[in-house]
Design a protein around this ligand. Structure first.
Ligand code: GCB
Length: 594
């Protein structure tokens, strides 16, 4: 884990294409005032609010004046939460909603204040007291604005223009197979810090080590050079360092850690103290790597018993955001026998990652570089970089996260290859301790031989592929007879998606016809897949698509889908389909160190 000053600088407090700042690490343990709750809103389908300048909240001055908008008297929406599921008129809405919240401040000039957003989907323009603080693009990562100098004593007004319209050069772009929930979907906080504070830190085991913690601590503010102590009381660690003129201190100490694993998800309380700030965290220590075709956790081979999950609570048919949503989804994953979840296809809220960590579930973290991204369009590479950096900044101290995934199912082209190679290199410079990959699905299947040829795999730590044999791609022979050729022979192979659709409770129609949408057809796909897995010596893990049925407007079958992707092993009512039990038996048959 090398300290790279350029990246640290970018990490910390610089402006990107949008001028929001990358959020400080570990907001949950800082002094926060929550701005969650009801916000007043104006729904603006035509964009009229832009030329009427809603953020100025004009009021009539003369008797003859009238203003054709008002937050007062209008609807309210809960934050956090998507807007589509809160008001019937927003059910399928993709457009602008203006949000407004007043808050009170009595601000000491020696302190600094930030407004922190957990996530806003997709564009956010943030105004404080009528002035633009800045903009942020990207629906699934946190960002912040410093308001120490712009906030007033007393009442302040925050207005956010949120827009979830699809963009050709957006990430994701125009088409994606999940519901486009818009709004201020995650928490909003007012964060108070000292004038110089611990803005970021990275504390994990060094690559291939079980006892050396490596990393850095970064202070931001006017007194960057300070004495810092890092304590782990349970291990009697009292490590002292001094930050340099840039506020940066290198961390390197040894300890007799009990390593984090699914069997023993051990976390340690960590206290970092500088002269002007203290922050606490719970950090686990584990090592992740590969050897040949095996994935190694703490030096021992581990088969990744995975499941894909979207950030949706199917029982509420709404965007998931809370700890209880996370518990619901992850308990199912645990019950199925999983030791890892793929949080598809974008960074999920932090509750998912922290809850998984406590439950002993590894996490696959991914950015929404999905399918038909316009890699050569102006600004797209910068947006990919920004999302990758925001994800890594937020989650790099979470030991549950073992894989950074930088894209899913992109079409092969020189532009794509360059963009994803660059992004992989940048991600590796930020964090060399985790496995880095992208998911590809362009393998060729002829005469029951699968040729995994894409040269891009050479840049990744894993061969991670999606195959829908038995659903989008008919079997060409017996599942157990398929021969696999891989472009690289020294990397673990992970099947990151497979599956098929079935409506829970539908057991009618021919069992060998996909168009019946019955549970037996899906069950057979799983039986065949399991037969195939048994023949693949390079296989180091599988992630079925997916845990639960989920909303996707493009799934238009009027009887079986009704706007839902039905590839879940669990229905939108929480019922287990027959295929669940096939996977359950398979996962239970795999020994820990297989
Ligand atoms: C895929 C995509 C995933 C889709 C899934 C499907 O290959 O990666 O996002 O939702 O197929 O259901 O078609």
């Amino acid at each position: 884990m090398k300290i790279n000053l350029t990246f640290l600088f970018l990490f910390s407090f610089c402006c990107y294409i949008a001028d929001a700042q990358t959020a400080m690490t570990n907001v949950a343990s800082r002094k926060c005032v929550s701005l969650n709750g009801k916000w007043q809103v104006i729904i603006d389908p035509t964009g009229a609010g832009d030329w009427r300048q809603v953020w100025q909240e004009k009021k009539p001055e003369r008797k003859t004046d009238f203003i054709e908008y008002s937050f007062e008297g209008g609807p309210e929406l809960s934050v956090p939460g998507d807007f589509n599921t809160q008001l019937p008129e927003l059910k399928l809405y993709e457009g602008t909603v203006w949000y407004k919240k007043n808050f009170n401040v009595s601000h000491e000039s020696s302190k600094r204040l930030f407004i922190y957003f957990g996530a806003v989907n997709y564009l956010a323009d943030v105004y404080l007291n009528g002035n633009l603080l800045g903009k942020h693009e990207g629906g699934f990562t946190p960002f912040q604005f410093e308001i120490s100098n712009s906030v007033k004593q007393g009442t302040n007004t925050l207005i956010v223009r949120v827009n979830n319209q699809r963009k050709k050069d957006g990430i994701p772009g125009l088409g994606y197979d999940w519901f486009n929930y818009g709004g201020i979907t995650r928490e909003v906080n007012l964060v108070e810090t000292g004038s110089t504070f611990i803005s970021d830190y990275f504390i994990q085991l060094g690559k291939n080590s079980y006892s050396s913690a490596l990393g850095w601590i970064k202070l931001s503010g006017k007194s960057p050079s300070q004495n810092i102590t890092l304590k782990i009381p349970e291990l009697n660690i009292n490590y002292k360092i001094r930050s340099d003129g840039e506020g940066l201190a290198e961390v390197k100490f040894d300890a007799d850690f009990k390593l984090w694993s699914p069997e023993n998800p051990k976390l340690y309380k960590i206290i970092i103290q500088c002269e002007t700030d203290t922050i606490t965290d719970e950090i686990g220590f584990r090592s992740i790597g590969t050897k040949g075709t095996k994935v190694l956790l703490n030096g021992k081979p581990v088969f990744l018993k995975g499941i894909n999950i979207h950030e949706e609570n199917p029982l509420r048919a709404a965007r998931a955001y809370s700890e209880s949503d996370a518990i619901l989804l992850l308990k199912w994953a645990k019950e199925l026998g999983c030791n890892i979840v793929r949080l598809a296809h974008y960074p999920h809220n932090e509750h998912m990652i922290k809850t998984a960590e406590k439950m002993g579930i590894m996490v696959w973290d991914e950015i929404p570089v999905y399918q038909r991204i316009e890699f050569s369009a102006p600004g797209v590479a910068e947006k990919m970089d920004l999302m990758m950096q925001e994800m890594v900044t937020r989650d790099k101290n979470r030991c549950s996260v073992v894989i950074w995934s930088l894209s899913n199912e992109t079409d092969s082209s020189p532009d794509r290859d360059k963009a994803l190679t660059d992004l992989t290199d940048k991600c590796r410079k930020l964090d060399s301790t985790r496995l880095i990959t992208s998911v590809i699905n362009d393998e060729e299947y002829n005469n029951n031989v699968m040729n995994v040829w894409d040269t891009l795999y050479r840049h990744f730590d894993l061969i991670t592929l999606n195959e829908y044999l038995g659903w989008y791609v008919p079997w060409q022979g017996k599942a157990g007879d398929i021969k696999w050729n891989f472009i690289c022979h020294d990397k673990p192979v992970i099947i990151t998606e497979f599956g098929g659709e079935a409506l829970y409770g539908n057991n009618s129609g021919p069992k060998d016809e996909a168009q019946s949408w019955n549970e037996e057809y899906q069950e057979n796909i799983y039986k065949d897949q399991v037969a195939m897995f048994g023949t693949m010596k390079e296989l180091s893990g599988v992630f079925p698509w997916l845990l639960t049925d989920y909303r996707s407007s493009g799934r238009m079958h009027p009887v079986y889908q009704k706007g839902w992707n039905r590839k879940g092993l669990i229905s939108d009512k929480g019922e287990k389909k027959k295929a669940w039990y096939i996977l359950f038996d398979y996962y239970n048959s795999i020994k820990n160190n297989y």
